[in-house]
Design a protein around this ligand. Structure first.
Ligand SMILES: NC(=O)c1ccc[n+]([C@@H]2O[C@H](COP(=O)([O-])OP(=O)(O)OC[C@H]3O[C@@H](n4cnc5c(N)ncnc54)[C@H](OP(=O)(O)O)[C@@H]3O)[C@@H](O)[C@H]2O)c1
Length: 135
């Protein structure tokens, strides 16, 4: 088991395929895009406000958070979102009464922008740092 940042803007496809081939389960941290993190840049796109995600949510009569969590769960990730609100905690667990179609899964895959929200400053001396694009 390992945990890495993962959400539709950073879908970690290559790493997920590698881990799957080795039987390693992944916990997706910051699965909802960590919208309350203090270092978010002003004007940065917020995953939970993504209009394409909202369109799927509206069609499914679910919320964007539920679509993200269902997407991650169907991909085999463990997703543990954080909320301090009881109604959201209930909402976030209520994702087992529907399934995203293969087309919807592919569509959410296409939201990937290799956009990492959580910096890995301690790895900044690594030859391959930052391993990703910034927003
Ligand atoms: N191992 C690591 O290095 C590491 C690093 C980062 C995070 N994590 C773990 O990952 C988990 C979550 O990380 P995170 O807090 O960065 O990000 P997150 O779960 O992606 O996002 C949390 C944010 O989303 C909001 N939210 C939660 N449910 C929502 C809903 N249904 N609708 C709308 N907004 C919703 C929360 O607000 P409210 O609270 O106001 O509802 C909060 O602002 C935690 O368990 C954390 O410990 C681990």
């Amino acid at each position: 088991m390992t945990d890495v940042e993962c959400h539709p803007y950073l879908n970690q496809k290559k790493l997920a395929d590698f881990c799957k081939s080795k039987g390693i389960a992944i916990t997706a941290y910051s699965p909802l895009g960590s919208s309350d993190r203090p270092w978010a840049k002003p004007g940065e796109p917020k995953l939970l406000d993504d209009p394409n995600l909202k369109a799927i949510a509206d069609k499914r009569k679910k919320t964007p958070a539920q679509i993200i969590l269902r997407y991650l769960t169907q991909r085999g990730f463990v997703a543990i979102p954080k909320s301090v609100h009881k109604n959201r905690i209930q909402e976030n667990i209520n994702i087992f009464d529907f399934q995203l179609s293969p087309e919807e899964m592919k569509y959410v895959d296409s939201f990937n922008r290799n956009g990492r929200l959580l910096r890995f400053e301690s790895g900044s001396k690594h030859p391959y740092y930052p391993f990703h694009d910034e927003y």
